[in-house]
Design a protein around this ligand. Structure first.
Ligand code: NDP
Length: 288
């Protein structure tokens, strides 16, 4: 039986419509308009495209944008000064520093400099710590989007065996923690995992985030599993594919997310959601 599609693009639109309505409502009731500062350093075309997509989505939802494009030669001190300025700007509720940063800049230093209460990407150690504690302020956008995609299937997370392939700080680890907090029994796999196919076959929910084209094949998937493909890989012929071999795996899985049109649009949507949540917190603080 062919799997049902988890249409990230359609789901993202539904959530964005709700965010747009909430943004309008917040502004009407409190005068607070959610604002996001986007900081791009250098001219990498892929990064520029990502930032533009995020800005367009924000603008469509009524979230204001402060757009900063800095030269590739920007020093760490200059970038820190800008981040500090945004930390203190009352009209800014979220700060996005597009990664990767040029070599002369220490990414950790910059991410740590972002006010944790404006960390719309959810990358600050404070926010990762709050997630570990089970009391998150900002959840990283990709993991948050993945959980929303699983929820959209109607498959309960509680009690399920979940396997996450990949252990990065921005995807694998946070999504594993979120699944754990939702009472899944979670296994995290990585490049040193022994017999990865056997571990994957145990998964009722399989999340793959490794960056290797079509790595997960049908024999690695349990019948009826929910499969979320986070990977983005460009093939030699220019085709854009995920970490999951989509066609054969969709003959075995119960639900599957495509690439493109899966996790990508949901990641952007969660940036909007985080900026709105931050603006709501500001409005509450202003009122008390
Ligand atoms: P990283 O490169 O930071 O991490 C990759 C992880 O995959 C590592 O933990 C690594 O293991 C593991 N890994 C690599 N090869 C294997 C293997 N053969 N078997 C098992 N595990 C393996 O990647 P990210 O988490 O940042 O991103 C992963 C993918 O997701 C990329 O394709 C990226 O482009 C995509 N992505 C997509 C997003 C979206 O919005 N659509 C957002 C973020 C990422 P080890 O730790 O042992 O090295």
């Amino acid at each position: 039986m062919a799997a049902r599609l988890i249409d990230g693009k359609a789901l993202a639109q539904t959530v964005r419509d709700r965010i747009a309505a909430d943004t309008k409502d917040l502004q009407a009731k409190t005068g607070v308009r959610p604002g996001l500062a986007t900081i791009l350093v250098g001219e990498d075309p892929a990064s520029a495209l990502y930032v533009r997509s995020k800005q367009k989505a924000c603008e469509a939802a009524g979230i204001s944008i402060e757009d900063f494009k800095l030269s590739a030669a920007t020093s760490q001190a200059e970038l820190l000064t800008l981040v500090e300025k945004m930390n203190h700007d009352p009209n800014i509720h979220g700060i996005l520093v597009q990664l990767p940063l040029p070599k002369q800049i220490d990414t950790k230093v910059i991410l740590n400099a972002v006010d944790p209460l404006k960390d719309a990407d959810g990358f600050h150690p404070y926010n990762l710590g709050k997630l570990v504690e089970g009391n998150p302020v900002f959840e990283a956008c990709t993991p948050k989007g993945i959980i929303a995609m699983i929820d959209s299937t109607g498959v309960a997370i509680e009690g399920k065996r979940a396997v996450v392939v990949g252990r990065s700080n921005i995807v694998g680890k946070p999504v594993a923690l979120m699944l754990l907090h939702r009472h899944a029994t979670v296994t995290v796999c990585h490049s040193k995992t022994k017999d990865l196919p056997a571990v994957c076959r145990e998964a009722d929910i399989l999340v793959v985030a490794i960056g290797k084209a079509k790595f997960v094949t049908a024999d690695m998937v349990k019948d009826g599993a929910v499969v979320i493909d986070v990977g983005t890989n460009r093939l030699a012929d220019g085709k854009f594919v995920g970490d999951v071999d989509f066609e054969p795996v969709s003959q075995r899985a119960g639900w599957i997310s495509p690439v493109p049109g899966g996790v990508g649009p949901m990641t952007i949507t969660m940036l909007l959601a985080n900026t709105l949540e931050s603006a709501k917190r500001t409005a509450v603080a202003k009122a008390t």
